[in-house]
Design a protein around this ligand. Structure first.
Ligand code: PNS
Length: 166
């Protein structure tokens, strides 16, 4: 059985992430969507909120084996703990490549049993990023094409309460 990890900040999950998770789940027996616990990063949503949104989204994928988890520290070490041998990364543009290539090489050095697999994004998601979605929402634009409905509602609630910085 091959376990693959889709790691990220997911602040919040976008339709670009959903597409990569879905495609990874079609390729591997077990997929762990792993949310990085990173106190340094100024996140809009707590870890629990991000995990809850991801759980609701993956509940729409009952035919595949997807787990939602969180991790701290090095991804290479977390993969060992979870017996995962594949890291799945979405590649949007050439600009992603250099950083992702560096990470893939470092992760392989840290954990030689771990293979990084890149999945190219769909053309319509090439420019999509969590930060961009929040910026569009702050500016009053529609984010329906960019995030699942559950995330859109959550962002709109936050904006109404002034909980996402303007
Ligand atoms: O969604 P993001 O913020 O682009 O995800 C980045 C993530 C979580 C994949 C990356 O920061 C990561 O793997 N962090 C864990 C620490 C680690 O292992 N760093 C890489 C050392 S080679």
């Amino acid at each position: 059985m091959i376990t693959a990890i889709c790691p990220g900040s997911f602040d919040p999950i976008t339709l670009g992430h959903v597409d990569i998770i879905r495609r990874a789940a079609d390729m591997f027996d077990h997929v762990i969507v792993a949310v990085l616990r990173n106190a340094k990063k100024n996140a809009s949503f707590t870890i629990e909120e991000r995990m809850e949104m991801i759980r609701k989204v993956v509940a729409d994928m009952p035919d595949v084996n997807v787990e939602v988890d969180t991790f701290d520290g090095l991804l290479a070490d977390y993969a060992k703990i979870k017996n995962a041998t594949v890291l799945v990364k979405g590649l949007r543009a050439v600009t992603d490549f250099e950083y992702e290539f560096q990470m893939a090489l470092a992760n392989r050095r840290l954990n030689p049993d771990l293979e990084t697999v890149f999945i190219t994004t769909r053309a319509e998601n090439m420019y999509l990023a969590s930060s961009l979605v929040k910026e569009i929402a702050r500016g009053g634009g529609s984010i329906s094409d960019f995030v699942p409905a559950v995330v859109r509602e959550e962002i709109q609630n936050r904006l109404c309460k002034g909980e996402i910085e303007k």
